[in-house]
Design a protein around this ligand. Sequence first.
Ligand code: ARG
Length: 729
Amino acid sequence: MKNRVLGVFLFICIFFYGRCDEGMWLLNLIGELNYNDMQKLGCKLTPDQIYSINKSSLKDAIFQLMNEVKGEYVGFCTAEAVSPNGLIFTNHHCGYDAIAKLSTVERDYLTEGFWAKNYSEELPVEGLYASRIVKIEDVTNRILEGIKNAVSEEEKKTLIKKAIEKIEKEAKENTHYEAKVKEFYAGNEYYLFVFEVFKDIRLVGAPPSSIGKFGGDTDNWMWPRHTGDFCVFRIYTAPDGKPAKYNKDNIPYKPLYYLPISLKGIKPNDFTMIIGFPGQTERYLTASGMTFKRDVFNPTLIKIIEKKLNIWKNFMNINNEIRIALASEYAALANAYKLWLGEVENLRKTDVIEKQREFDKQFVKWANSIEDKKYSTLVEDYSNLYKSMAKPITHLIYISVALLQGSSQVLKVQEFMHLKSLLNSKNVDKAELKKNIEELRVKVDDIFKEYYPQLDKEVFFEMLKMYYRNIPKEEQLKFLSTDLPKKYKGKTIENTIYLFVNNVFSKSIFTDKKRMLEFLNNPKAKILNNDPLIHFFEGIIGEYQFKIVPAYTSMNSKLEVLNKKYIEALRKFQPDRKFYPDANGTMRLTYGTVQPYKPKDAVYYNYITYLDGVIEKMDDSNPEFKVSSRLVELYNKKDFGRYAENNRLPVAFISDNDITGGNSGSPVINGNGELVGIAFDGNWDWLCSNYVYNKNLQRTINVDIRYVLWVIDKFANCSHIMNELKIIE
Ligand code: ARG
């Protein structure tokens, strides 16, 4: 009976919206917008139990993992509290950077895993933060009120910025909280987020990569999946319970709420909700926008990053130090690279763009039919703008990704620009000069950290070659089209690049630590004035900053204006549709059910995988598919304890929840509010999910919590961790 009701309900949803489990919803609005749907699917909690600002609720167990970049908090993953002592679960790939940082060739936690036996063995991770949302507030009226009379877009922007600063300042007053106002629906709404940032996060446990990253880049973004993608951290606070930076006297955090864990498992059609911090989606693109991604944006990045990854991989394969040092950045790049590939393939092979074109047509028809004609040219405006953006964006990507970030040393030149002007000024302030030199001396280690000259040289060479090949001469930066060829007159371009790169790596102070230290011992203007890498940097940065970037910024502003107008129009065009805002790194909830799927003709994918699949995929000759002998031993003994289901150990499962990057590590919660899994991936069969949701093909891949607990309990023997958890059998 229940199933039939569910069936009819789903049918109606599909019929009217085609997007029932679609949406990344704001938690403060679910009572109003989603709660009825959620209940029908099997949610037993009340909206108040999920999100409340007056008493502890589910949201208090969910954290955003962050780093601090130039004084700004940048979120990258999600984690959830699972014990009264501040223990949090997240993905192995979310902790990967931390684990890599703590690893050395001798203590290789990436490969071997790590398990602290007690509090004192837990390892502080510098620069890793976890933040908790205190409250979410709609501040749209306050912001838009102030721009009513603004005449230009410029003025609007300035007024909005001022209003935001004021609201944030007020929200922080007399508290230890942080506050951030974020734009939603392309600037049609604004919400204030007040949050608390914990700054002492320690690594408690991580499985070896043969579990946490099993299947590597081959299986990444794929189902069926057999990765135990989880790791464990603990939040610490000052003795008074407030956030504090690492201190040995800090104590484990007492969360306001933590998740009970269910060992009952999941089956198809079970309710699942995921709360986390999705980073970015673009769900309101026109067909021209999607075409732009497919034909311009993604292919450009794919081409550049593919080259870089190949060179890196070759060096990482033969050198352990390089492998560990570059592991985290490589994984992140490889992950994005495969996503971009999958997006292009999906946009090409499916009828997504065709369908959108149909929709755009209907939209235009409507826009022409209403009295106010202000939306009638929108679709065409988008199309024209995207066309005009193709070349400049391609060039911008080449300069920033291939030229400025190709070699790790190019941007480091900036550190020395002040010294260069000091040394070249007539009446130099001796004290200031001395101070600057001392400051630079301190930075030298950092400048050459994770710098491998041979690798760097090859990347630099190949990136330059790509630039010359792919950017038409008349568009190239003057330094590259004219200055450099002039210097190596009569040589072919290939030869020019070769000679120039050799010069950089044999002469520049930025490509050899000894040279840099010698220079700092006896700094002369002449050396900096003749440094070939400085020439390169100066040669491109001016034109880049004053021509290429402003051209991009102005196009982007036009795009922002169109986006705002388009969302405003869409809401009038489809007054009955429930709209959710694009992901923007703020806390969201997505609900759905556990679902198998059919990726293509004659193929059916089950909703769950088991440890048997790990053994099937096991391949000792392939580092991505190695399995530890301990795991094989436990498998052979069938030592699965209470974590098995019919004598088989579940590893991962899929649900039709709507997530994206940033959601990694998010809790998958059943109808009773218990943890049943940790979300960690999307699936290849619908990788264009950042643009369009698809109920039939899009799946969230989750590691089954029973596998997580089995690894902690049986594989790693960490009974002290198990004792902290609240387990529902
Ligand atoms: N695809 C996952 C995500 O975007 C990341 C998986 C990382 N693993 C890897 N093999 N690169 O969340």
